[in-house]
Design a protein around this ligand. Structure first.
Ligand SMILES: Cc1cc2nc3c(=O)[nH]c(=O)nc-3n(C[C@H](O)[C@H](O)[C@H](O)COP(=O)(O)O)c2cc1C
Length: 211
């Protein structure tokens, strides 16, 4: 059965979160249509301490040269590898985040640093060309932002660095079936905030039928 992996970069708070509500709307619809699928949810903002620190860098460098890992490095490497395996074994990806400073939250970037692992997800081929090692998979990006980036104003669109980056990263790994749903502008257009959110809910419910 297909496995859907969700990566959320938003701490669990009591305050209403538009990005998480958008995701909840998507996943409830998705589950009702695909009750047999396996769904794994990881919130990388909560207790997910796998930043690219001194140990991670040492593991990375030693793996390049084939040097042996210390016992501590072996333990940490096994944990890191289990997340990479989970990613590789998944068929569908949903990345959920609020925009922070025109980009993804730092924890989501750390997660990407973890799974962008040669040769698990991509590598360089004999001609030194990038080669994605994931096939027949699809990705969905759900993002909430205070301002509007995806209206007719193309200047604003170029400032959504997070979505562009995520799409590029998936493309490098071989996942070119990539879609995004944005709920945006609610911080400024407060009168229309509920309408903006409702139209996001409709978009993800429609998408859940074909994702
Ligand atoms: C640290 C921080 C940085 C933010 N940076 C941006 C930004 O660059 N552009 C933008 O439009 N909104 C920005 N926002 C606003 C959030 O993206 C927006 O309020 C979003 O809807 C919050 O989603 P949530 O309700 O799921 O927390 C920022 C908010 C925070 C807390």
């Amino acid at each position: 059965m297909p496995q859907l992996l969700t990566i959320i970069a938003h701490p669990q708070t009591t305050k209403f979160s538009t990005s998480i509500e958008l995701y909840k709307n998507f996943i409830e619809s998705y589950k009702s249509i695909n009750p047999q699928d396996t769904i794994i949810e990881r919130n990388v903002s909560d207790n997910f301490k796998l930043t690219f620190d001194e140990v991670a860098l040492s593991i990375y460098n030693k793996k390049q040269t084939g040097a042996s890992l210390t016992r501590r490095e072996r333990t940490i490497n096994a944990t890191r590898q289990s997340y990479i395996d989970e990613f590789v074994q998944s068929d569908k990806y949903v990345f959920v985040n609020p925009m922070y400073n025109f980009f993804l939250p730092a924890e989501m970037k750390s997660y990407i640093d973890l799974i962008m692992q040669i040769p698990s997800t991509f590598e360089y081929n004999d001609q030194n060309k990038l080669q994605g090692n994931l096939h027949n998979k699809k990705a969905l990006h759900l993002q909430s932002s205070g301002d509007r980036f995806h209206s007719a104003n193309t200047q604003m669109e170029s400032l959504d660095l997070g979505d562009k980056y995520l799409k590029t990263i998936f493309d490098i790994m071989g996942v070119n079936d990539y879609q995004s749903v944005f709920v945006e502008g609610m911080d400024f257009d407060t009168k229309n905030a509920q309408n903006i959110l409702n139209s996001g809910y409709r978009a993800v419910q429609k998408l859940a039928k074909v994702f």
